[in-house]
Design a protein around this ligand. Structure first.
Ligand SMILES: [Mg+2]
Length: 335
């Protein structure tokens, strides 16, 4: 990139920046300096979005900027952290002012909403790639982890599952829904809301947590692996939006024989990724406390099963009938 291109790019990222008191030195030096209070611990997450891999070339730059921040915030949420500072490494084929303007709007919409300051960045020329690192704070000893779920704990998820997976199918033209449902799942696919506030509340209640980025079975599987336990999921207790319920009960005729939900169609809910909801475990004796504190949020939480000693992940209907997912997305217990 030429000097003039660099200053052009800098323009888009300096105008909209949120300012925090704990940033001692932000953009403009070789590195940023921030203040970490003595009783707090630093959480660091990083994620890259690559055009053609994580988003298509016709995705709006606003949505690319929004999503690049949202996936990182979701990881901070899953740790029970409060997001504070971000850095951005941007690889661009050329300095396209219209693209930069829209991308930076999407990026700062979320950064500013959560009072996160952009404290550093780097720009290079190459295939479009966005890498964002976010740092957050959590009180000492309070971070949520994957390794501490215990047999008997109840398993919960925030929000609803399968929306982003359905949104992807709709955007690819593989499923057709009415306009209202299509708009809803597209919004969930491109602009999911990170569950930061819920993660903070869960610090004192949950035994383990993860964000659902790769699909429920896969991500819950990470908790089970790390905690050396198993789980039973009641599949028809999984929280579904109206759009996903509609898609499951009106599946293409080759997939469904009747209007009832057939086993394989549960894959949309069990195995599709990018919902970025929180999946977490709670001791049974904290159930009422959890439901009490979660009532302050419009986003629901739903109990979907229980942690077990036996190291397997069972999917059953509430009738007791077993569900065998076609795509488990889950092979952590392999030898
Ligand atoms: Mg994660």
């Amino acid at each position: 990139m030429s000097v003039s291109e660099f200053s052009l790019i800098e323009k888009y990222f300096s105008q909209q920046r949120y300012s925090r008191d704990d940033v001692l030195s932000g953009i403009g030096d070789d590195g940023a300096i921030t203040h970490v209070p003595e009783n707090m611990r630093l959480i660091t997450t990083v994620d890259s979005l690559v055009e053609g891999c994580h988003f298509t070339s016709d995705t709006s730059p606003y949505d690319v900027g929004f999503k690049a921040v949202a996936v990182n915030l979701s990881d901070i949420a899953a740790m029970g952290g409060e997001p504070c500072w971000a850095t951005l490494a941007l690889t661009l084929p050329q300095a396209d002012t219209k693209w930069l303007s829209e991308f930076s709007k999407g990026l700062f919409t979320l950064l500013n909403k959560y009072r996160v300051q952009l404290i550093g960045g780097d720009t290079t020329r190459g295939p479009l790639t966005i890498t964002i690192q976010i740092n957050g704070l959590v009180p000492e000893g309070k971070a949520l982890a994957r390794h501490s779920a215990r047999p008997g704990d109840l398993i919960y998820v925030t929000g609803s599952l399968g929306d982003a997976g359905l949104g992807l199918l709709v955007s690819e033209g593989k499923r057709h829904l009415g306009q209202q449902h299509a708009d809803y799942v597209s919004e969930k696919f491109l602009r999911h809301v990170p569950r930061i506030e819920q993660g903070i509340v869960l610090r004192d209640i949950a035994t383990a947590a993860i964000d659902v980025s790769d699909g429920l079975l896969s991500d819950l599987g990470h908790i089970l692996d790390a905690s050396q336990v198993g789980a039973k999921i009641i599949v028809d207790h999984l929280p579904l939006s109206d759009a996903v319920t509609h898609a499951l009960t009106h599946a293409p005729t080759h997939a469904l024989k009747t209007e009832t939900v057939e086993t394989n169609s549960w894959d949309l809910v069990l195995s599709s990724g990018e919902d970025y909801e929180l999946c977490f475990t709670v001791p049974a004796n904290k159930r009422s406390k959890l439901e009490e504190v979660m009532a302050q949020f419009t986003c629901p939480v739903t109990c979907i099963g229980e942690i077990q000693i036996e190291r397997e992940l069972q999917c059953v209907l509430s009738t007791g009938e077993k569900v065998q997912p076609a795509r488990s997305g889950y092979d952590h217990f392999g030898s």
